[in-house]
Ligand binder design. Structure first.
Ligand SMILES: [Zn+2]
Length: 301
């Protein structure tokens, strides 16, 4: 069996690089063309564009429309998500996001996210958005934040009780977990103090992620960024077991936000070595880097 080309399920782009300010990460986000320049080096041939529309954690938005424009320009290279901030429309609990979601779905959006709004998971406005996503079968990539203010992402407490309730309440909602406070729950050594740490080096004593994924088939894992890739790389022995058990629900991604980002090269080397050493089967590798994304996100490739 051949190793499949990879799909990056977590991409942000900028359409007009000459017009945007530098981000806090050092430099600005990359254009689609700049992303494609490193694809060959790490075996990617397709990407999913995730708009960012909430004001937190960024200096400029990436509108849904930009994502569609790029995907239309390179139809064999990109799919796109739409994104909605739960404060859109009237910043009201009565806002109905189904009309907007249906609009973007009709235009070809494959999901919703990255949801970065710094609002509590159980906020009625947030719940309203999730209900609409469940109803319209739009998978959602979530960035979980650990507090209100001083970070971005939907807020849950330590050990993710509100995310669990969400998974229970909306069994049809496909939730794609991402960010430090999500992946730090891989182990039991997560605390209020360290839950925003993206590169722990401690061995994993099985924590909430495996428990939640076992209990809720509608929870998926986004392996992008330091948070996702390091959740595997921090403990090779545990990663082997984790990948074996959840091989149908993990998706490869990079989340490159500036030219200075380089963690994807480390993850690339790790993945290749794990396959070469027979620690990850090619079958599971192909699921993680490509096939799951096509199935879960219903990509037209
Ligand atoms: Zn991101």
């Amino acid at each position: 069996m051949q190793k499949a080309k990879r799909i990056d399920v977590h991409m942000h782009i900028v359409l007009h690089p000459e017009l945007v300010p530098d981000c806090k990460w050092g430099g600005r986000m990359l254009t689609a063309e700049e992303h494609m320049e490193y694809w060959d080096k790490i075996d990617i041939d397709y990407g999913v564009l995730l708009p960012i529309v909430a004001p937190e954690g960024q200096l400029h938005p990436m509108p849904c429309e930009d994502a569609k424009i790029v995907a239309d320009k390179y139809p064999d290279k990109f799919a796109w998500f739409c994104n909605i901030d739960p404060r859109f429309m009237n910043n009201a609990e009565t806002s109905d996001f189904k009309v907007m979601l249906q609009h973007y779905k009709n235009l070809g959006a494959k999901g919703v996210g990255e949801l970065t709004s710094n609002m509590h998971v159980d906020d009625p406005r947030v719940q309203k958005l999730f209900a609409a996503c469940a109803e319209l079968d739009m998978p959602v990539t979530i960035h979980i934040g650990f507090k209100e203010g001083g970070c971005y992402g939907i807020i849950d407490d330590l050990h993710l009780p509100k995310i669990e309730k969400l998974l229970q309440d909306y069994p049809n909602l496909k939730l794609i977990g991402h960010s430090q406070p999500f992946w730090m729950e891989m182990g039991t050594d997560v605390t209020e103090e360290n839950r925003n740490n993206h590169c722990p080096t401690t061995k994993v004593e099985e924590g909430r992620i495996a428990e939640l994924m076992r209990k809720y088939p509608n929870l998926y894992g986004d392996l992008s960024a330091g948070s996702g890739s390091n959740a595997l790389m921090r403990d090779e022995e545990y990663a082997i077991k984790f990948i074996e058990e959840f091989s149908d629900r993990l998706m490869y991604g990079c989340d490159i936000c500036a030219k200075t980002n380089d963690l994807h090269y480390k993850f690339d080397a790790w993945l290749n070595r794990m396959v070469d050493e027979g620690k990850i089967s090619i079958e599971n590798y192909n699921k993680i880097v490509r096939e799951n994304a096509i199935r879960i996100l219903k990509l037209d490739i």
